[in-house]
Design a protein around this ligand. Structure first.
Ligand code: LLP
Length: 428
């Protein structure tokens, strides 16, 4: 579900033609729909309504302050992975008491920052980290609230680079070792054993792996509640979204997106809630992509069309530094011209590429697209998660501006970078 739609053959973000945004703010440009984000939050809240629950948005997916503020106002908590992200949450008015701090490599400075801020919990990923947090908390005369991240060894059947819940991954503590670890942690004076956590991977498009992992965890969680009086079970994030169009049809390619049945919050809730309810614990979830993925597009303009013997390359002004997902994960993003041409036009097999000097700098290969010309503008859909946050300055390319649309209103929520911004801090 999202609020990007075609009206009179033109792509709109909520009530605003995207081409107007491109003209006003330039390209490449990230455009977010506020209503899509808040709808997603509300739908997940609804699906989990009968549980005592807390949604902790994983801001690694999109950490723009305006996006965080939208969610903070809705009462969202946050799952963070760095001191920098904690600073963002506070700046956006988020409640630190609703923050979990994840990640395998928390530094002393980050642990101290999070302790001083009063975050809800540290999700701990190793024995060494557990002992270190205990030591730092002791020095600061605090008791650190902790949960151990359990690796349930369940294969989420997603892309190898984003699966996390098997013993092939660096994450969490092996399921079999968790009981002993809590017994050890209980003897550390500066820790409070508050909960237990898991996360099995990202872009999971079926409920089954979640159900499997939760079922596997239930006896352990019950035991930890009885022995250590833990108050929550955090089941992680990972809810997948729809990237692909469903079917090739006579419609513009992206209409297909409406037809695919994604993993809905309702499906998820219906299968997960009855398993969790009997625990009588607070349930945390850490969705990132689900909340923001379909709420953002990357707008780009065609610079040149280049035909070689075998191929048509369309070179656009956005590149892998702006959106790295296709290059890094071979991921698929729908490509939609901002203004649709008349129906029935021939589709051309196109390689959509950026200006960066790498063959990996592409958004699509051999994709049937309407014939494009220099100056045409396109949107790469579902770029709201792991889009801007993974952008870099490779090739000394300033990162795009970000714009937030709310109904008929739109505003820049991050200015386009300049080359001067990039050179700041360098000396000859
Ligand atoms: N919790 C933990 C502990 C995580 O590691 C992650 C994501 C999440 C929550 C949120 O997962 P989500 O709900 O967004 O699936 N850059 C990749 C995705 C990396 C995900 C890393 N961890 C991509 O563009 O597909």
């Amino acid at each position: 579900m999202h609020h990007f739609h075609l009206k009179s053959n033109e792509l709109y973000a909520e009530g605003v033609p995207v081409s107007r945004l491109a003209s006003t703010y330039g390209t490449p440009l990230y455009v977010y729909s506020a209503r899509t984000i808040t709808d997603h939050f509300d739908r997940l809240t609804q699906a989990l309504a009968t549980l005592n629950h807390l949604i902790c948005f994983a801001l690694k997916a999109n950490s723009n302050l305006a996006v965080l503020k939208l969610l903070a106002k809705r009462g969202s908590g946050f799952d963070l992975v760095s001191g920098g992200e904690l600073t963002r949450v506070r700046k956006a008015g988020g409640d630190v008491a609703k923050c979990s701090f994840a990640g395998v490599g928390k530094t002393r400075a980050e642990i101290e920052q999070a302790l001083a801020a009063g975050i809800y919990v540290f999700n701990v990923e190793s024995v060494a980290e557990l002992e270190f947090i205990d030591r730092v908390a002791g020095e600061r005369k605090k008791r650190a609230p902790i949960a151990v991240r359990v690796n349930p060894n369940v294969d989420a059947k997603t892309h190898a680079k984003i699966t996390t819940g098997t013993y092939e991954n660096k994450f969490g503590i092996a399921f079999e070792e968790v009981g002993a670890l809590y017994a050890r942690a209980a003897r550390l004076k500066n820790l409070r054993l508050l909960g237990v956590q898991m996360h099995i991977g990202s872009q999971i498009t079926e409920v089954k792996p979640f159900v499997q992992a939760v079922k596997k965890m239930l006896p352990l969680v019950t035991e930890l509640k009885a022995r250590h009086k833990i108050e929550f079970f955090d089941i992680g994030g990972g809810l997948g979204i729809v990237y692909q169009p469903a079917l090739a049809s006579g419609r513009p390619e992206w209409w297909g997106q409406q037809k695919v049945r994604p993993l809905t919050p309702t499906d998820y809730g219906e299968q997960i809630v009855p398993l969790l309810k009997p625990l009588g614990l607070r349930i945390l979830v850490e969705p990132g992509r689900f909340m923001v993925g379909n709420a953002g597009v990357l707008v780009t303009e065609v610079l040149y069309v280049k035909k070689t013997g075998r191929k048509t390359f369309v070179i656009v002004d956005a590149a892998m530094n702006d959106l790295i997902r296709p290059a890094f994960y071979d991921s698929y993003h729908e490509i939609v011209p901002l203004k649709q041409k008349r129906a029935g036009g021939k589709l051309v097999s196109t390689d959509l590429v950026g200006p960066i000097c790498e063959s990996g700098d592409y958004f699509a290969k051999d994709r049937p697209l309407p014939a494009l010309r220099s100056g045409d503008r396109l949107a790469l859909l579902s770029a709201g998660a792991y889009g801007f946050v993974m952008a870099s300055n490779y090739n000394t390319r300033p990162r795009p501006a970000e714009v937030l649309v709310e109904g008929a209103k739109h505003r820049v929520v991050r200015k386009r970078e300049t080359v001067a911004d990039l050179l700041r801090g360098e000396t000859v």
